[in-house]
Design a protein around this ligand. Structure first.
Ligand code: ADP
Ligand code: MG
Length: 462
């Protein structure tokens, strides 16, 4: 049996499961249920898996420290407070930590803004061997609100249930189903939000995203899965979530930058990343000059809006190349002309980067008689081992474009890795099939380590 523990009428306690390392609590055996200060209390989850999210200000003297908490709801209970008013409260369970001992207690959530103590420890929280000396205070070691100023490390990451929103037009596709599965397996709750059905009021005071007639709740994290046809509106929705202070896995700016092949090429080139020699054009009449810039035929001509290989053509001869460039010009389309990297042999590498690490890589190979390796063009995938240089290139490209999740496509050339494009919503099916890796799990784990638990209102103001 563990040692006896005596508590004074006020005591410093911790609730580590809620990322609350230090709270000054009033111990009151006159009360049955323990209570914790909570504002912005929002239930989420399902009937079978009810959760609640709330904000706690642990330091009564510094309301700028806001801790976001979430926990499973174990009950809803009518609790009568000391001033006699009854209130239906959410009840959660958490381990309490005091004087070197931990034990589970039940806690009701209520607004204690006007009370002297952010937590009340009632008699139901007193476990075997824990007694109260009513005349004394602080029988156990003192703690400090400085605990909320420490930088979070991977080790101190609290695993709380997160409320995650996936912005997508296709909730049932493989990638979304896998991310939902991975998130739910870790106790999180996921909503799919149709990007095009979001609408927003733009104001500085209280930015919100509306959906099907009401404002969306506070999400801990938003995963943007913005398809190329949704780029413009999707970016606006992501920006709105950012304005609300929601953690967005990829931000709007970087999504737009990587989607714009022209811009992405210019940014990557400025950082000296390897790329096929590329020329851009719209209506230049100097076809010869454009072809000379990239070293003459064979060349690859690409429509700027191309995806899935649909607007990518190989011109073997100078004559064919000139005809193509003239034709594209006639269409008044934006296009780029690129050196054909023959030695890639119809294969390219898809490097899946999450949080600055390559979590999986595959080689896509074109079918016979085709140079485009896109799966939509009949390409096949297999697992591949990247060289150090390829790995570095992929990580650097994602970092430069400020993408936390990115699919970096690379050609293997005689002069080292050459980046083709960087995708901000890379699909999971091909890469998970080819590598047998839990890429969805890697994404969710990255979110767990990135979502802030402690918000500093003052920092946001600064
Ligand atoms: P999309 O956005 O339509 O997928 P890409 O630029 O990725 O367009 O090109 C499609 C495919 O064509 C690539 O995956 C690659 O296999 C092949 N390809 C593209 N550019 C080149 C090039 N310069 N040299 C060799 N192969 C290329
Ligand atoms: Mg491609």
């Amino acid at each position: 049996m563990s040692d006896n523990l005596s508590l004074g009428w006020e005591e410093w306690v911790g609730l580590p499961g809620l990322a609350l390392p230090a709270i000054k609590a009033k111990v009151d055996t006159g009360a049955r249920t323990s209570a914790l200060h909570a504002v912005a209390v929002e239930p989420f989850g399902t009937e079978k898996n009810p959760q609640v999210r709330f904000i706690m200000h642990p330091d009564p003297a510094d309301p700028s420290i806001e801790v976001i908490c979430s926990a499973k709801v174990i009950d809803r209970r009518n609790v009568t407070s000391s001033n006699g008013t009854a209130e239906l409260r959410y009840v959660i369970a958490s381990d309490i930590h005091v004087g070197g001992r931990s034990w589970p207690i039940e806690i009701s959530l209520t607004n204690r803004e006007t009370m002297g103590y952010r937590m009340l420890l009632g008699r139901s929280a007193l476990t075997e061997g824990v007694s109260v000396v009513p005349g004394e205070s602080f029988q156990q070691p003192l703690l400090d609100y400085a605990a909320y100023k420490k930088r979070r490390t991977k080790k101190t990451t609290t695993k709380r249930p997160l409320r995650i929103g996936i912005l997508t037009q296709a909730p049932n596709n493989y990638s979304n189903r896998r991310m939902i599965e991975a998130a739910e397996a870790r106790g999180h709750v996921v909503d799919c939000i149709h990007t095009s059905r979001c609408y927003m009021s733009i104001n500085a005071h209280k930015p919100e995203v509306h959906y099907d007639g009401k404002a969306l709740p506070r999400y801990d994290a938003v995963i943007p899965r913005v398809g190329s046809s949704m780029t413009f509106y999707g970016m606006a929705v992501v920006r709105q979530f950012e304005a609300m202070g929601v953690y967005c896995l990829n931000k709007a700016g970087p999504i737009g930058q990587s989607r714009d092949k022209l811009l992405a090429h210019q940014v990557l080139a400025a950082h000296r990343l390897g790329m096929p020699t590329t020329a851009f054009a719209k209506s230049s009449h100097d076809t010869k000059g454009i072809l000379d810039l990239v070293g003459g035929a064979p060349v690859v001509v690409k429509l700027l809006e191309s995806t899935q290989g649909k607007g990518v053509v190989l011109a073997d001869t100078r004559k064919a190349a000139s005809a193509l460039v003239d034709a594209f010009r006639g269409l008044n389309a934006h296009f780029l002309v690129q050196e054909f990297v023959k030695e890639a042999g119809g294969s390219d590498l898809r490097c899946f980067v999450v949080g600055g690490k390559v979590v999986g890589a595959m080689m896509r190979t074109a079918q016979a008689g085709e140079f485009r390796s896109n799966v939509h063009q009949g390409g096949t995938v297999k697992k591949v081992r990247l060289t150090k240089e390829e790995r570095r290139t992929a990580i650097k490209a994602a970092r430069i474009l400020k993408l936390n999740v990115a699919g970096v496509d690379i050609l293997r050339s005689d002069t080292g890795p050459k980046i083709l494009e960087v995708n901000s919503s890379p699909g999971l099916q091909g890469i998970e099939d080819a590598t047998d890796k839990d890429i969805a799990g890697a994404i969710i784990e990255y979110i767990e380590t990135s979502v802030p638990n402690i918000l500093r209102a003052s920092a946001a103001r600064a």
